[in-house]
Design a protein around this ligand. Sequence first.
Ligand SMILES: [Zn+2]
Length: 434
Amino acid sequence: MTHEAVDLLSRYLKIDTTNPPGNENRGVAFFADIFDREGIAYKTYEASPGRGSIRAVIPGSGEKGAVILLNHIDVVPARADDWCVDPFSGAIKDGFIYGRGALDMKGQGILELLAFLEIKRKGLRPCRDLIFLAVADEEAGGANGIKYLLDQHGEEFQADLVINEGGFGLSNVLPDRALFMIATAEKGVCRLKLMRSGPPGHGSTPHGQNALEKLVQALSRLLAKENPVIITPLIAEYFKQLAVAWEFLMPYVRDGEPATLIEILTQNGMLEIPQMAAMLKNTISLNLLHSGNKVNVIPDTAEAELDIRLLPGIDPEAVVAEIKAALADDDIKVIASRSSHASESSMDLDDFDIIKRVHREHFPGALAVASLLFGASDSRFFRAKGIPCYGVCPMLISLEDLGKVHGIDERISEENMIRGTEVFCDIVRKLCDV
Ligand SMILES: [Zn+2]
């Protein structure tokens, strides 16, 4: 017989909730049907037609503030031609469940659901309200999902803790032991549009004021600049914990000097690993460039867009000022289309200790450490309200499979779903003191 977690995920992955357009109401119907059968009351929300979210609660004794199990229903697009199976077939092959959203984050959505159902099925009385919350629109910024819910129905989402995506376990990074990352923070996002204009002209007679050339020259000045490594308190702690498995970090553990850590990371080639660099630096990525419409015409405008990700403690405005200085061209108009600080939750809470401990109990020898998510998630909206959020997902994946998030052949193993359910249920039971 198929395990319930595997069966549910396979069915959930068949539901196409590609955002845009989202159609998250289909996911809401999937959960509503389960809650109906289990005799659990729920409430649905619709930010705009088709953009549904759903919330169910198991009331607790009120000893502690509520815990929300948060997950998003929408997924990013998938091109079926590129995949080894139909990305919306929920196919199970060679021990893996394939489908868009298997890792991000329908797999975790099912773990959260099963942990929630377990409390209900066993008739347990948690020490706090336990809230299951599946939302729309995370992949496009949350305006039709969590942002709408918190703006319009904020009183229904009061909590002392939110468990969300952003955590994962890596099986093949440390020698002889698993590494679980529990996301306590995520980087800020700043998006800049750069616009340069100049006189048009004929391609046969360059006049030296070509808008596209001016923009490209300024961009190369900017991109030639190295972003420095910044050792934030979170990263300092992260590497101290890792020293148990990576002995080459010991000189840093002994003297605690950021310069020592930077030296070690440089010598070991760590800064060449994009994921590692993203944890240690503010990053700038030039992702869009528009100009010109004919090869023999000098264009009179050129535009570029930059995706900038900021470490905790960094002020977006200061970074924009640095970027303007590096561009060194006052005729470039710089417009921020989005700008947010990094968000962070304390590592000193009892709930955080519980989460780490349960990971270690189920995976003896494993390290469970606070980590920084490079991307953005819905956690930032709760953190802005002062509610602690942790990215927690007790699944052990390889770096190769992690690269399939938003990519081709996204998949999760059956074993991860089965074992992950056990661990996740245990985490929720301990957080609820039952
Ligand atoms: Zn996600």
